[in-house]
Design a protein. Structure first.
Length: 105
């Protein structure tokens, strides 16, 4: 995607701030280190998630030959960031602006 496609195809969907990743000190799901900030345009967020997943792909291909623990950790965190962004948008699509989960019928 380029800057023009980001501006031109906005769906109006934005992040809502529920996507999280990275366990905190307690190790529980409620104690996360990072959270997606609300208000980011869906097109931009999906582009960023795709870029992160491209990095994960390259890191994991490299790790197959190098067995580098630091790269495995980096791939884990980058994939967690991408997952949090996509989950945040998916939750926003389900909930919508009303705050209630939309019916599929």
């Amino acid at each position: 995607m380029n800057e023009d496609s980001i501006k031109g195809s906005s769906t109006g969907l934005k992040t809502i701030g529920v996507g999280v990743f990275g366990e905190g000190a307690s190790g529980t799901a409620a104690d996360r280190l990072f959270r997606v900030e609300p208000g980011h345009n869906a097109d931009f967020v999906l582009e960023q998630a795709a870029l992160l997943m491209n990095c994960v792909s390259k890191l994991t291909q490299h790790v197959l030959f190098e067995q580098d623990e630091a790269m495995i950790c980096a791939a884990h965190y980058l994939s967690g960031m991408a997952k949090a962004m996509v989950e945040d948008l998916a939750h926003g699509m389900m909930v919508g602006s009303s705050g209630h989960i939309k019916s599929t019928s």
